[in-house]
Ligand binder design. Structure first.
Ligand code: ATP
Length: 252
């Protein structure tokens, strides 16, 4: 398997993928990579300004931070990640990313570039036709990805028990856990600065979960989880969303 856009760090250990960005000078440890300021989202069906899904969320994410996002079903965790990724619109607030030229908004950076650096990874890949290798080809054909260096997704997933042959099977022939690890490996291979992970181990057994957690332990992530034990293992901070649209940042 050839790597997408040129392999780097071939043969690196399982936990070394993306410890530094392949495309940019790393953000100094004392500066946030990502700043979220007063992010506010109304409920879909709300017809006035008072019914919020979340309100005024402010958060600085430093290099290596893992922010675990918790809260009951329907509270807005996925929507929050999609707003940060600029995949869903929001009513107020600002997200900025550290660059060598200072903090930039998605518009200053361009939205496709933003999404390449602040990448949302859904719980399962959307219904895809073809094989995971076709998916890799599609991702690497995006102009924003064509300019970047990539890790080899097959090598990343092999560390998680995904044998290379699985990349040539049709998506529906793969189990939920295989699909989840393959989609996550493709995202990781693109080396975004911040990963926005929507329950990335929800379909995995404890052993596979431990391997994925190990690989991601040196990445900067915002990570939705319903598993309190996982939150305590992975998180540098816990962001708890509440049904009344308030939130709390907790040190684990
Ligand atoms: N684009 C949107 N704008 C406003 N509200 C939305 C949007 N997309 C989804 N919603 C609504 O926001 C609410 C929260 O959904 P969301 O998927 O973010 O919750 P969640 O906390 O991730 O839930 P779960 O834990 O069940 O996955 C739902 O009522 C959903 O219908």
């Amino acid at each position: 398997m050839t790597a997408v856009g040129g392999s780097i760090n071939s043969g690196s250990s399982a936990t070394n993928y993306g410890s530094t960005s392949t495309t940019q000078a790393p953000t100094p440890a004392d500066k946030p990579i990502l700043k979220i300021k007063e992010l506010t989202k109304r409920r879909d069906e709300a017809d006035d300004d008072s019914d919020h899904l979340f309100y005024d969320i402010s958060l600085d994410i430093y290099p290596g931070d893992v922010i675990a996002v918790r809260g009951p079903s329907g509270v807005g965790k996925t929507t929050l990640l999609r707003c940060i990724a600029q995949l869903t619109s929001f009513e107020a607030g600002l997200c900025t990313l550290h660059t060598p030229e200072g903090y930039k908004t998605p518009q200053e950076l361009s939205v496709p570039q933003w999404r390449a650096e602040v990448m949302y990874v859904p719980q399962r890949p959307a219904q895809l036709s073809g094989t995971p290798l076709d998916f890799v080809d599609m991702v690497s054909s995006f102009s924003v990805q064509a300019k970047r260096e990539h890790y080899d997704p097959v090598e990343i997933a092999e560390d998680w028990g995904i044998v290379p042959e699985l990349w040539e099977k049709k998506w529906p022939e793969l189990s939920g856990g295989e699909q989840q690890r393959i989609a996550l490996a493709v995202a990781l291979s693109c080396d975004p600065q911040v990963l926005l992970l929507d329950e990335p181990t929800s379909a995995l057994d404890p052993q596979s979960t431990a391997m994925v957690e190990d690989t991601l332990s040196n990445r900067t992530c915002i990570w939705i989880t319903h598993d309190d034990q996982q939150a305590s293992r992975i998180a540098s901070k816990i962001l708890e969303l509440r049904p009344d649209a308030t939130y709390q940042l907790i040190s684990p």
